[in-house]
Design a protein. Structure first.
Length: 374
């Protein structure tokens, strides 16, 4: 039986090695060491394996996308952000990337770094160690494939070090054939962060000009409106949702779910779904504040803020207007119970979403009424 050498974070993709009907069913996935695998779905035999990034902290977190004979694989890293908690760590040299692989052989066809320039030393920090940059701009989630335009869309995370550049906290559109960037739209400038800054601390590794760690962690969605026009929708960890023109990247509308001054209130983490002309967004509010000192918490429950948008929210995709917000967690009244982080799924008439309270909740898609919990 085949066994990956690293932890698997993203979902497994089911497909075939070729369009030939004789090609057997195949599973594609990546691991925590930036290895990509194809295995025989029937026997578990390894068909090919490719390492797509040799940086020691490179990881595949988002699920790859299989399209037009290619496997599109996102690469991210939380290793450098965490390691930077040590004042002696030399920060930071990782860059996010998207790679296109031949699905039959695993050969890399092209690789596009989110930051096009190699990090170089910017200054010596207070520990006397060099500080490198620009770095970061990980791709944390699955990209979206647009067959009609021949584009791949993805969102990026923060920079790990100064300088904060124009590639972090941004949505990219990349040519699926060549890997060339068609457009990119940055929504949060100046977001350089690592865990040397956590809780308002400012260790030597923390960037001199530091931000709030407001990554895009949910996959973007391509949505066709009733008028036949497409919009690209992206949700940010800050609770902000954006609709962009998929041809140009220009902003169509922007909605922040909550007015709470905490930047992590109403956060959008792992995915959204559309159905019946509505956009469904899960939200979870936490106390994490990176630029200023965080409130001291003594339990898991206290990590979550009470917010009217915690749970599941329905938006009008054409305007960004909030149609309804319904909390989860009828079994308890703590803030943790109301939150929904996980990506929901839609079935006719209802939306199912897993809550931090440990239950799966069903919501009426039209009015948001909680139907059942499992």
């Amino acid at each position: 039986m085949f066994q990956a050498i690293g932890e698997i974070r993203g979902s497994v993709v089911y497909g075939r090695l070729s369009e030939d009907d004789r090609a057997g069913p195949t599973l594609f996935f990546g691991d925590a060491f930036a290895n990509v695998y194809a295995i025989d779905a029937a026997t578990g035999a390894l068909l090919w394996k490719t390492r797509i990034d040799d940086h020691p902290v490179a990881r595949i977190v988002g699920t790859p996308v299989l399209a037009q004979g290619r496997l599109y694989v996102p690469v991210g890293s939380w290793g450098e952000e965490i390691a930077a908690m040590s004042p002696d760590f030399v920060c930071c040299t990782f860059r996010g990337s998207l790679a296109a692989l031949d699905r039959a052989t695993g050969a890399v066809i092209w690789k596009r770094y989110t930051i096009p320039t190699t990090p170089v030393e910017q200054y010596k920090n207070s520990s006397g160690n060099p500080q490198f940059g620009p770095s970061g701009a990980s791709i944390w989630s699955s990209p979206a494939y647009d067959k009609g335009r021949g584009l791949i869309y993805f969102g990026t995370g923060d920079n790990f070090s100064n300088p904060a550049d124009g590639n972090s906290d941004a949505i990219f559109a990349v040519d699926a054939t060549s890997g060339e960037v068609r457009w990119k739209t940055q929504v949060t400038a100046g977001d350089a962060y690592n865990d040397g800054c956590i809780g308002g601390l400012h260790k030597p590794t923390c960037p001199k000009q530091n931000g709030d760690d407001l990554d895009f962690t949910a996959p973007p969605l391509l949505f066709r409106q009733g008028n036949g026009k497409d919009i690209l929708i992206a949700g940010q960890k800050s609770g902000d949702t954006y609709a962009l023109d998929p041809d140009t990247g220009s902003l169509i509308w922007h909605t922040r779910l909550t007015q709470d001054p905490n930047l992590w209130s109403g956060g959008i983490w792992f995915g959204m779904v559309t159905q019946g002309g509505r956009l469904f967004i899960p939200a979870a509010s936490t106390r994490v504040i990176t630029a200023a000192a965080a409130a001291r918490v003594t339990s898991f429950d206290e990590m979550f803020l009470n917010s009217p948008v915690n749970g599941l929210n329905a938006l009008d995709p054409a305007t960004g207007d909030v149609l309804w917000s319904t909390p989860a967690g009828e079994r308890c009244k703590r803030a943790v119970c109301a939150s929904v982080m996980m990506a929901p799924i839609a079935i006719p008439g209802a939306v199912l979403a897993g809550s931090v309270d440990g239950y799966i909740h069903a919501f009426d898609e039209s009015v948001g009424q909680a139907l059942v919990e499992l």
